[in-house]
Design a protein around this ligand. Structure first.
Ligand code: HEC
Ligand code: HEC
Ligand code: HEC
Length: 492
């Protein structure tokens, strides 16, 4: 793997250069029309709350059942678990001591008040384009409106080499785009507002843009699809086959507001959370602006996508063949895919997989999770279920992975066999789910090759170190024994 190593070496080299103080400039974004109006004394609280929601600060900075913005949420990343900080104005445990400049640096440059670099699990690469006016309103909101919580968030301890925070300086130098936000004068205000939100506060690309070897968002691949933990954020460019080119503006707005685009896709996992905590609160004008911009992003086509994932599958049932077989129970040996489906899913998604008439239980055909070439979201849905509350009500499906709200726990081979049955009958034929894939999604998604590389390097270093120690010990002993030198054999 010459290229990745090469990158790593560059990164380390640049890190050293940066550590030596070669760099320190902080770009400042100018206020721009895309950033919205100026703030008067009465509106800033509302605007601060709106912005904090649009930027979904709470999604990461609030642990399940925890106090708002008190941090502690464990974010699984391909390089290990990263804990979100307490960003309440607590002086001891939060950001109570942050000046507005320090807050701006954390938000737009990924640098903490103490000068340490943040991991890009904090989406500063997107917030980088936030205008000064928006950063100011956010600062006031966090300092003056959010309640302080005196509770320290757990420390993040990543494996080598990711535990060296200064390496992020190198990473930033390579991948953190520069320059302030610039609206495009040739485009409409709506389009510019949409771009400002999509690339900034709403940070769609953080999840939907594929990442390269060093976890950077890939150039020229905006919104072309990326893995986020256990879930896959699909290609949402304008391509008809690979992306959402077949969606209308209204369908996209509706999906962002409620998490449900009937006959196309439902939002679970991190998208469900983004809809619940953030997008549903955006104004109709902002949602339309987002949809306008997303639909204008250059289409990225994957030749393997010969058909749109929303146009795959049909109603089907093997119920006839199942009649007369015993009821599906956890102890009935190895149940078949058909039995697992009828026993666990058909009660809600209907025996033909067509869902309920009112659409509350979605159809399993013409469904992104089963029509995709990537079966990740199907696996993740079966394991984790769906739980999303919006103004449209609660969408709830129990998980079958043995979690707290699950019904029955299905094993990895059972979920693989169920997944294959579903793909064959309702989804994309020829896509195969293996028990190993299920196990990986259960663990929280694939880990980065960087970690494998680092582990290999650590293992190699450990072996070399051990050899040195062994040789030293041997040398000492043989010296001590003097004339008997030749009596001993090498232990290796
Ligand atoms: C996708 C998850 C995510 C979102 C969204 C997010 N953050 Fe963060 N943030 C993090 C993580 C994770 C860290 C800690 C990173 C680390 O330890 O390197 C962090 C760190 C910070 C810090 C540094 C605090 C400290 O001293 O440790 C500040 C300030 C901050 N975030 C503010 C915000 C604000 C304001 C928003 C919304 C505009 C926001 N964050 C949105 C994940 C997120
Ligand atoms: C925190 C990660 C994250 C962010 C941020 C995010 N998405 Fe998603 N998105 C996902 C995931 C994961 C899915 C798949 C959800 C599922 O299948 O249940 C998804 C699904 C979608 C889909 C449906 C595609 C399909 O084929 O099922 C659309 C459309 C979409 N997102 C648009 C957006 C837009 C627009 C934004 C920004 C305004 C955005 N997303 C921000 C993670 C994210
Ligand atoms: C108790 C009712 C119920 C059961 C049982 C159930 N589901 Fe669901 N399922 C739902 C609901 C509700 C949704 C979400 C609808 C929405 O998001 O608007 C859903 C969504 C889905 C989705 C789309 C999720 C996405 O993110 O794209 C898939 C795929 C799915 N279910 C498969 C299954 C499978 C497979 C089983 C059996 C192992 C199953 N469901 C069992 C109610 C159920």
């Amino acid at each position: 793997m010459p290229r990745p190593r090469h990158c790593l070496i560059i990164a380390v080299a640049v890190a050293v250069a940066v550590a030596a103080g070669a760099c320190g400039a902080i770009a400042r974004a100018d206020d721009a029309p895309g950033g919205g109006a100026t703030v008067d004394s009465t509106q800033w609280v509302e605007r601060g709350e709106y912005l904090a929601r649009a930027a979904d600060c709470g999604a990461c900075h609030t642990a399940p059942g925890g106090k708002p913005f008190a941090g502690g949420l464990a974010i699984s990343s391909p390089v290990g678990v990263i804990y979100a900080s307490n960003i309440t104005p607590s002086v001891e445990d939060g950001i109570g001591r942050y000046s507005e400049q320090q807050f701006e640096r954390a938000l737009r440059r990924g640098v903490r008040a103490d000068g340490a670099h943040l991991y890009p699990a904090m989406p500063y690469t997107s917030y980088r384009i936030l205008t000064d006016a928006d950063v100011h309103v956010l600062y006031r909101y966090f300092m003056e409106v959010v309640a302080p919580v005196d509770a320290a968030a757990p420390r993040t301890e990543l494996a080598f080499p990711m535990n060296i925070r200064v390496s992020m300086a190198a990473w930033n130098l390579l991948f953190l785009g520069g320059g302030p936000w610039q609206p495009d004068p040739r485009r409409s205000d709506g389009w510019n507002r949409g771009r400002y939100l999509v690339e900034g506060a709403a940070h769609c690309g953080t999840c939907h843009t594929p990442r390269g070897f060093l976890m950077q968002e890939k150039q020229g691949q905006l919104l072309a699809g990326g893995q986020v933990g256990a879930w896959f954020a699909p290609n949402i460019t304008a391509d008809v086959d690979s992306g959402i080119g077949s969606w209308s503006q209204d369908e996209l707005v509706q999906y962002l507001r409620s998490g449900d685009a009937r006959g196309k896709a439902q939002a679970a996992g991190s998208m469900g959370e983004a809809v619940e905590h953030s997008f549903q609160y955006l104004s109709a004008a902002d949602l339309n602006a987002i949809a306008t911009y997303v639909r204008s992003v250059p289409a990225i086509h994957d030749p393997a996508d010969e058909r749109s994932r929303f146009a795959v599958g049909q109603a089907s049932s093997d119920l006839g063949q199942l009649r007369g077989t015993s009821a599906v129970a956890a102890d009935s040996g190895t149940p078949s895919g058909a039995e697992l489906f009828q026993g666990n899913c058909a009660s809600c998604h209907a025996p033909l997989g067509q869902g309920s008439r009112d659409g509350y239980y979605p159809s399993l055909f013409s469904n992104s999770a089963l029509g995709s070439r990537n079966p990740n979201n199907l696996i993740a849905t079966i394991l984790n279920g769906v739980n999303r509350t919006t103004a449209a009500g609660q969408a709830f499906m129990p998980g079958f992975g043995g979690g707290a709200v699950g019904l029955a726990a299905l094993s990895d081979p059972e979920i693989a066999s169920l997944g294959n049955y579903l793909l064959e009958h309702y989804g994309r034929r020829g896509i195969v789910v293996t028990a190993a894939q299920v196990a990986e999604v259960r663990r929280g998604g694939p880990s980065s090759p960087l970690i494998a590389l680092a582990r290999a390097a650590i293992a190699a270093a450990a072996i070399v170190l051990m050899l040195i120690v062994v040789l030293r010990v041997l040398k000492k002993r043989t010296r001590g024994k003097g004339i008997n030198r030749t009596d001993r054999e090498s232990p290796v």
